[in-house]
Design a binder for this molecule. Structure first.
Ligand code: NAD
Length: 380
């Protein structure tokens, strides 16, 4: 059984899909691992590191994956990469399939079995495979680091001979995995932290991290969580009440991190231009939802926008990629945990259980067809 690892073709993607420690584990499973030369460069991993772990180094993408039964990637394979893959190959990556039905169909046409790691069910057995969590946690941490780097003041309160520096006020909007880590990081850096979310379960979590919970706690709020633990899209009436509450709170904040997402929908708009304009000059907003349309009016993907009033709106793309080494390490572990379940330990060959819950939930294409219910027939 051969596993191929490609250098990511997207110039905005510094992560790599496997790391030397996981190469050792794949080799122990009986696999031969070929890594494209330079694949780990932006994550601080050299070809020699991979070689020492038991991989062979391939001079080109084609050489890395031509005979591979399993191909590991961070992002969905592009058209050129699809041409190099052998028919029937398993490709595991973050496939970003929503609204990309043509690209999903192209993977079916290429005859590959594509698995989208971000569709992994959030059940106990699959926690170790949860790429959304491993990457969102780092994004939440990095958002606070980025905000503090853009902020012209210190975060902790300091009592010095030259005077007292007040603690910065940080407000986290959306308290999922990224938001919780943002709260914890801002607290560690000494900020006074408050947070909001539409899910009631979050209130206790915010308090346990030492943050203050700020939300409209009406009847709709009490029902705002789906059985899967995600947020529902809130009514216009709730959003209006939420906006009024946020408007009074936001003007006093120094740093705002927004992380609010609703699965399969554009990100909810939480901060209007008027709210941004109400903030003090020098305040910083980091919009972690910018790739999904943004939570903040005026945020721009890949840019730090400075408003007329001197508020910075940070819209970095691929925030986990800004910690490429750590993000690759955790992502590689998520991938290994899943791929291991696709391999028969005795024969050391691929033995996919197609009716397994995790396989069904993540498998997009198989035998030349789009097989996932959410994407079937969408590109025809
Ligand atoms: P997410 O990335 O989908 O959304 C981020 C946060 O934004 C969520 O907390 C959501 O409630 C919030 N949000 C949505 N609309 C909002 C609005 N209008 N105003 C304010 N906030 C808004 O969330 P996530 O990080 O993927 O986490 C979602 C849930 O999944 C959480 O309950 C989390 O604890 C749970 N989870 C479970 C597991 C597991 O069991 N394996 C793993 C990870 C996360």
């Amino acid at each position: 059984m051969r596993i191929g690892v490609l250098t990511e073709s997207d110039p905005g993607e510094p992560r790599v899909a496997t790391v030397p420690d996981m190469v050792k584990k794949y080799v122990a499973l009986g696999a031969e691992v070929a890594v494209q030369s330079g694949a780990g460069k932006d994550a601080g991993i050299t070809d020699k590191d991979y070689e020492d772990a038991g991989a062979t180094i391939a001079g080109s993408a084609d050489e890395a994956v031509r005979d591979a039964d399993i191909v590991l990637k961070v992002r969905r394979p592009d058209a050129d990469e699809l041409k190099t893959l052998k028919s029937g190959a398993v490709v595991v990556a973050i496939m970003d399939p929503y609204g990309r039905e043509a690209e999903v169909k192209a993977m079916a046409d290429a005859g590959i079995s594509a698995f989208a790691m971000e569709l992994m069910p959030r059940i106990t057995r699959a926690q170790v495979m949860d790429v959304l969590s491993s990457q969102a946690n780092l994004a939440g941490y990095r958002a606070v680091i980025d905000a503090s780097a853009e902020f012209g003041k210190a975060l902790p309160m300091m009592m010095t001979a030259a005077g007292t520096v007040p603690a910065a006020k940080a407000f986290i909007m959306g308290v999922g995995v990224a938001g919780l880590q943002a709260i914890a990081t801002a607290k560690r850096l000494g900020a006074v932290v408050s947070a909001t979310d539409v899910r009631p379960a979050v209130k206790e979590q915010v308090a346990s991290l030492g943050g203050k919970f700020v939300a409209v706690e009406d009847e709709e709020f009490k029902q705002a969580e789906t059985s899967g633990g995600y947020a529902k899209e809130m009514s216009a009436e709730y959003q209006k009440k939420q906006a009024e509450l946020v408007a009074t709170h936001i003007a006093k904040q120094d740093i705002v991190i927004t992380t609010a997402l609703i699965p399969g929908r554009p990100a909810p708009k939480l901060l209007s231009k008027a709210m941004v304009d109400s903030m003090k000059p020098g305040s910083v907003i980091v919009d972690l939802a910018v790739e999904r349309g943004g939570n903040v009016e005026g945020s721009k993907l890949g840019e730090v926008v400075v408003t007329e009033n001197g508020v910075k709106i940070v819209g970095h793309a691929n925030v986990p990629g800004r910690l490429a080494a750590t993000a690759s390490g955790l992502y590689a572990k998520n991938l290994y945990a899943f791929v291991e379940t696709l391999i028969d330990k005795e024969s050391k060959q691929l033995a996919i259980k197609w009716d397994d819950e995790l396989v069904k939930a993540t498998n997009l294409t198989r035998d030349g067809a789009v097989v996932h219910d959410a994407f079937k027939g969408k590109a025809e």
